[in-house]
Design a protein around this ligand. Structure first.
Ligand SMILES: [Zn+2]
Length: 494
């Protein structure tokens, strides 16, 4: 049995000022051939999970092809997407005849001229291998699952967790379904229900609240053997494209009516809970005041509007400005910002020097204002660190040249490039312990809660500008098909 393994993973944000280019893939993952197989045993990724299953299948040969993954950002340049797709297709063609294809995807990829980029990848792969070769893909929970994606695949398997911690298990399930389909033991049959709703992610988790009810029911059906997989997808909400929807994708073993029935049940359960996803937002000055009013403990200021994993640019100064307004600040506060020009200036000044610089607000000047920051250059780093939390454990992330500037209690991490903020190693790799701080800024809406578990006493979500603003109604929508919730609160479904 020969199985080709590859994929293109990208999550678009239509409101981001940073167009995703090839450097964004190079910074994260751009793996060819055997590079995909290197170190997989020590990482918690989808492809590692898939490989762990396929390694135990007698006579199974994995042919690694091409695997690209970038941090979220505005839709890819078209030529970048076409180059990635061509690399994947060429590597697949070079692999020769295969019995199955396993693709690692996100499901919310867009390029400037291809709004359903994931559907395009899957349709092209399907055209290359023909109608009879099983093609199974993995998806992020925030996928925009389109009819085209479902039609081109044998099965699509999504994360069941937010914070995302089950990428490894998702890869395992996908590999098992693929092998089952190749052997003829499984006839995956899918039913897709698409819901006209966009939901903010701050209260969207498998651990409590509205999404937990829906995922819990899907898992119940899986455990009972009623279905192979019940994918529940609160879509990445910042996709300003006509064909965007939250969805449910149920896969059964050759039973289309049952798949359809459970898809309808889960979709209704999901739709009925749409109002429960709203999160309380506090203005940054009030959030800082509330955190400083505590006698002790650590408060995370969740600056989710500037979440880099949601596609924002990471150069918001909203929380930093509020902290500076509270200065002199005796309590310790860890904050971070993307600003390569400030890093350069601080490096030129050198460790121990005092600098006064205009910080932030340069990549997305329409959303963020620079602030004047005077501080001492405390730490200089190459910005590389390894995730140690449960999501993406073992994966190295690169902030590029990075400095820590200190002003009173404020410890400002200035990085050259945005990274995922899921993991406290971002701060710890620079000698900053979140547990020792009163305030820790995290630019992630939900996923940080896994690796930060036990490191905080409270989380306050701040109301701020940003490409990942959870106040979805406030954004300048142009393309999205109306009506859709919450832009049109009275929209109906079913
Ligand atoms: Zn996600």
């Amino acid at each position: 049995m020969r199985i080709a393994l590859g994929g293109i993973t990208h999550e678009a944000n239509s409101f981001s000022a940073h167009v995703t280019d090839m450097a964004d893939f190079r910074d994260r993952h751009l793996l060819r051939g055997d590079e995909i197989l290197a170190n997989w045993r020590s990482t918690r990724t989808e492809h590692a999970g898939a490989l762990s299953v396929l390694a135990d299948v007698p006579g199974c040969n994995v042919v690694p092809t091409f695997l690209a993954r970038a941090l979220s950002g505005a839709p890819m340049y078209e030529d970048v997407f076409r180059a990635l797709l061509q690399d994947l297709l060429s590597a697949l063609a070079a692999a020769g005849p295969v019995d199955g294809v396993l693709l690692i995807l996100h499901g919310a990829a867009m390029s400037q001229e291809t709004p359903d980029a994931t559907g395009e990848v899957l349709a092209q792969v399907r055209a290359l291998v023909g109608p009879d070769v099983p093609v199974v893909g993995t998806l992020d929970l925030h996928a925009n699952v389109t009819e085209r994606m479902a039609a081109a695949t044998t099965a699509l398997i999504g994360y069941h967790t937010a914070p995302h911690v089950d990428m490894y298990e998702t890869g395992q399930t996908a590999a098992r379904v693929l092998v089952g389909a190749i052997r003829g033991e499984m006839q995956p049959t899918a039913a897709l229900a698409r819901l006209p709703m966009l939901l903010p992610p701050e209260n969207s988790t498998h651990m409590w609240g509205p999404l937990a009810d829906v995922i819990g029911r899907a898992r119940e059906l899986e455990a009972a053997g009623e279905i192979i997989h019940g994918g529940v997808y609160p879509v990445q909400p910042w996709l300003d494209t006509p064909d965007v929807a939250s969805s449910v994708l149920v896969i059964t073993n050759g039973k289309p009516e049952i798949a359809h029935g459970y898809a309808q049940e889960l979709a209704a359960c999901f739709w009925d809970r749409r109002h429960a996803f709203v999160t309380e937002l506090l203005p940054p000055t009030e959030a800082v005041r509330r955190a400083l009013a505590r006698a002790e403990g650590t408060v995370i200021l969740c600056d989710s509007a500037d979440a880099t994993t949601s596609g924002s640019t990471g150069d918001s100064t909203a929380v930093l400005a509020a902290l500076l307004d509270s200065a002199p600040l005796a309590a310790r506060a860890l904050v971070n910002i993307v600003d390569p020009a400030v890093v350069k200036a601080a490096l030129a000044a050198g460790a121990g020097a005092e600098v006064t610089l205009e910080v932030g607000g340069k990549i997305a000047p329409d959303l963020f204002e620079p602030v004047t920051f005077t501080g001492t250059v405390k730490t200089i780093s190459d910005g590389a660190f390894v995730f140690k939390g449960p999501g993406m454990r073992g994966v190295t992330h690169h902030m590029g040249p990075t400095v820590v500037l200190v002003h009173g209690g404020i410890h400002l991490v200035v990085m050259s490039r945005p990274v995922s903020q899921w993991d406290p190693e971002l701060y710890r790799s620079l000698g900053l312990e979140p547990r020792d701080a009163r305030i820790v800024q995290v630019k992630s809406p939900m996923a940080f809660r896994a690796a930060y578990e036990g490191l905080y006493d409270d989380v306050i979500v701040v109301r701020a500008q940003g490409a990942a603003n959870p106040d979805l109604v406030s954004l300048p929508w142009r393309q999205v098909r109306r009506p859709i919730y919450p832009l049109d609160p009275e929209v109906t479904y079913g």
